[in-house]
Design a binder for this molecule. Structure first.
Ligand SMILES: [Zn+2]
Length: 188
């Protein structure tokens, strides 16, 4: 925080590398959930702005929240997105609404812990290991400029890879759904 958007680069990169095992919407949910804390204290003009949710302990609770609440919320959001789509965009913009537990858990854990690590490097008021230690040994390990460039490059590469393999991914997801249907049919 305040550059929540800068965290999204890593998520796009992960989505492009492991599309089936990483839920980008759940990843975004974790970023927003953690940064509501910083936003709240920024608005109240109170410091430090990075408190409990910006520790590894707080982030672990956010992972649980993202899997238990964020996952169904994202599935609902995707369904709504699909119903609002015009038919001519359906082929390109339709998103499979089902998010597996595994994809949600991986995205939530990666999202929450990478957020804490990145903010620890960027912000002097971070105490990532609180309440066990109040020391932040990561602060300034990489300059903000280089960290931002790294995230932007990850995001850019992620978008390129997702774009290049968009059709392949669609076919993959279609066969996955067919497989799931076959399994459920066999079960009946
Ligand atoms: Zn943050």
């Amino acid at each position: 925080m305040p550059a929540t958007i800068i965290h999204l680069g890593l998520g796009l990169q992960m989505k492009s590398v492991t599309p089936r095992y990483f839920s980008f919407p759940v990843f975004v949910f974790t970023q927003l959930a953690i940064d509501t804390e910083a936003l709240y204290f920024l608005i109240k003009n109170e410091s430090p702005v990075h408190r409990f949710l910006h520790t590894y302990l707080g982030a672990t609770l956010i992972i649980l929240l993202a899997v238990l609440v964020g996952r169904p919320l994202c599935q609902w959001g995707i369904k709504l997105w699909n119903t609002l789509l015009k038919e001519k965009y359906y082929r390109w913009l339709y998103v499979t609404p089902k998010i597996s537990w595994r994809a949600a858990a991986i995205a939530a854990a990666f999202g929450a812990y990478s957020h804490i690590l990145m903010d620890s490097i960027m912000h002097a008021d971070m105490q990532p290991f609180a309440p066990f230690s109040l020391v932040n040994g990561f602060w300034g390990a990489i300059s903000d400029f280089h960290l931002h460039m790294f995230c932007i490059m990850c995001g850019g590469l992620g978008i390129i890879v997702l774009w290049l393999f968009w059709e392949t991914r669609e076919v993959l997801e279609a066969t996955e759904t067919e497989k799931e249907q076959q399994v459920s049919n066999q079960g009946h």
